[in-house]
Design a binder for this molecule. Structure first.
Ligand code: HEC
Ligand code: HEC
Length: 218
């Protein structure tokens, strides 16, 4: 945290240099305020439980920063990871949030390594029956429902969020309409084995992406 505030100071001192170029400002904000946890490429970091945010669409990034800011995420005393991100969300003003989000959404998506090994059969079936209608057949999410993209995110992060929805750490507040919808869906994941199976299945969407991106020479 000390490093974080030192960066903030450095940023305040340097900010005027970039005031005329919003995209440069987005990069500077990201490198100074986000990269230490989310990684220089936005790839995330298991050690600090931070998700891979690179390439997430602007609407979803904006919605989640607002969720942290309004205390719809990161409010629970037993959710230190959410709490830390909630603190960070309070540091940015709306203009800076917009700039950093634009930068993050243009970072190439990072493909996570598998950390949870499980048979994907039960997960595939559950996904088709209970998840696909909102998150789409390919896990890309859906703006119209506010449904998060699930591609490019780490399996351990997806598992941690499903548990947060199940245990009242996310998607419980009355005004959090999208979170509440997801909390109902998370209740259909019956046990630990099914949870592992579904996140292992979600990771197959990222594997497809890796193949496609390799084909297109990215
Ligand atoms: C001190 C570490 C830390 C810093 C610095 C940090 N984050 Fe986070 N961020 C996290 C953690 C941990 C989570 C996961 C929170 C949870 O589990 O609910 C997170 C979650 C997020 C999410 C939610 C992603 C999703 O899939 O729902 C977004 C968006 C995000 N951060 C953006 C940012 C941006 C933009 C910055 C820089 C302005 C930033 N973060 C700086 C630790 C950090
Ligand atoms: C009714 C629509 C709907 C259904 C069905 C649904 N979801 Fe969601 N899901 C959402 C919405 C909306 C969000 C974003 C909620 C928020 O802002 O907290 C979300 C968020 C998530 C997240 C958090 C992603 C992140 O980056 O933090 C995960 C993981 C997830 N869903 C997995 C699933 C799985 C697995 C299923 C099936 C068991 C499922 N969802 C079914 C609408 C749905």
């Amino acid at each position: 945290m000390r490093y974080f505030f030192a960066s903030l100071l450095a940023l305040a001192l340097g900010a005027h240099v970039f005031a005329g170029d919003p995209s440069a400002m987005g990069r500077v904000l990201f490198q100074n305020l986000c990269a230490q946890c989310h990684g220089a490429k936005g790839e995330g970091n298991l050690l600090v439980k931070s998700p891979s945010i690179a390439g997430l669409p602007e609407w979803y990034l904006q919605a989640q920063i607002e969720n942290f800011l309004a205390g719809r995420r990161g409010f629970h005393p037993q959710d230190p990871d959410g709490q830390i991100m909630r603190t960070i969300s309070q540091v940015l003003n709306p203009g800076q949030t917009k700039q950093v989000i634009e930068y993050v959404s243009h970072l190439p998506r990072q493909m996570p390594e598998a950390t949870i090994k499980a048979d994907v059969t039960a997960g595939r079936e559950l996904y088709a029956a209970r998840c696909m209608e909102c998150h789409r057949f390919n896990g890309e999410g859906e703006l119209a429902f506010g449904a998060a993209p699930l591609v490019g995110l780490q399996d351990w992060y997806l598992a941690s969020q499903l548990k947060k929805y199940q245990t009242g750490m996310r998607g419980v507040l009355k005004e959090d309409v999208n979170g509440q919808k997801m909390a109902v869906s998370a209740s259909f994941i019956e046990d630990e084995a099914t949870l592992k199976s579904v996140v292992a299945y979600l990771r197959t969407f990222s594997k497809e992406l890796r193949k496609n991106e390799a084909e297109f020479g990215k």
